[in-house]
Design a protein around this ligand. Structure first.
Ligand code: FAD
Length: 277
């Protein structure tokens, strides 16, 4: 299949890109790495008349790390996340998770912004960002705002991002010193989306869990986090299991996915606890 006809735009600033989105409204989509959008256009599931390529918007690139906060530009590729040693030292779960996304070819061009903005329940980064309690900075013609990753996902491919807004940066508070982490992903084969995945951060008095591809949105539960922070692993697992609602599909029946979710979540918690000190 080939995509429908579209007009291609290549702005060089956020303001210019936001202006194009406002001008063309529903008929426009931004293009980042294109590894989710272009396949959807080829299938004619997405038919934007205006494609706004963000490649030249320098403000959307780069990673900055301060003593307490990490800010990642939306156009940072998954490959760049993996290559960044300072980032891996500050938040090592990002490299662990990014290495399990697709394959090197996809990771060279797929961006963190595209991954989190897409709203695909199969994408790995949204759950990870909920586990890390990240915020998304978004910009539009009316100004900028921050949206918590835990409040961003409304349904499969539905997010809190308005049609005329661009996700510009992802902001993460540095995880507490001494906390352990693990990203466990079960997939059918190398390069596949998750059948189920679990992100876990745990340490003295803190716990955070989010799961991927077990419902229309990433699964995050305040009850599970409270239980994990108190060292109540069974309570945390039970709270997550009560929140998931996997669908039967070509990755397996719902009952299998529920079983799998429990297994990988316990494995992730155990590995994260082993890394905490
Ligand atoms: P694009 O495809 O360019 O955009 C995706 C959507 O997000 C579009 O609707 C676009 O308009 C919107 N968007 C992009 N950037 C912004 C922004 N800054 N602000 C607002 N909206 C924006 N992903 C996984 O997580 N795990 C996997 O295992 C995995 N496996 C894959 C295997 C294959 C073979 C392929 C082709 C893809 C796979 N992916 C996987 C998806 C891949 O990681 C995508 O690159 C990613 O999900 C989307 O990022 P992108 O930069 O390509 O975004």
């Amino acid at each position: 299949m080939i995509p429908g006809v579209f007009e291609y735009h290549r702005p060089s600033t956020i303001t210019e890109a936001a202006g194009l989105l406002t001008r063309f409204g529903d008929d426009a989509r931004v293009l980042a790495g294109g590894h989710s959008l272009i396949p959807m256009m080829k299938l004619r599931v997405a038919n934007p008349e205006h494609l706004i390529d963000l490649q030249d918007v320098g403000e959307l690139k780069g990673v900055s790390i301060t003593s307490d906060e990490i800010s990642i530009g939306a156009m940072v590729t998954q490959h760049e996340l993996i290559q960044n040693d300072a980032l891996a030292s500050a938040v090592p779960i990002i490299r662990e998770a990014a290495l399990q996304i697709a394959d090197p070819q996809v990771r060279y061009v797929g961006t963190i912004g595209g991954n989190v903005a897409n709203g695909d329940p199969g994408n790995d980064m949204p759950g990870l960002m909920q586990c890390l309690d990240a915020s998304y900075e978004v910009a539009g013609d009316k100004g900028t705002r921050r949206i918590a990753a835990r409040e961003f996902y409304e349904g499969a491919f539905f997010t809190a991002l308005a049609d005329d807004e661009i996700l510009t940066r992802i902001v993460i508070a540095k995880p507490q010193a001494g906390s352990g982490y693990a990203y466990e992903k079960q997939k059918r084969k190398i390069g596949d989306y998750a059948t189920a995945a679990a992100a876990v951060i745990v340490g003295p008095g803190i716990g955070s869990i989010a799961m991927t591809n077990l419902g229309d949105t990433p699964i995050w539960s305040a009850g599970a986090n409270d239980a994990l922070a108190k060292g109540d692993v069974d309570g945390a697992v039970n709270a997550v299991m009560a929140a998931i609602s996997p669908a039967s599909d070509n990755r397996g029946p719902a009952e299998f996915k529920k079983h799998l979710a429990g297994v990988i979540l316990r494995r992730a918690i155990e590995r994260a606890q082993g890394r905490a000190n």
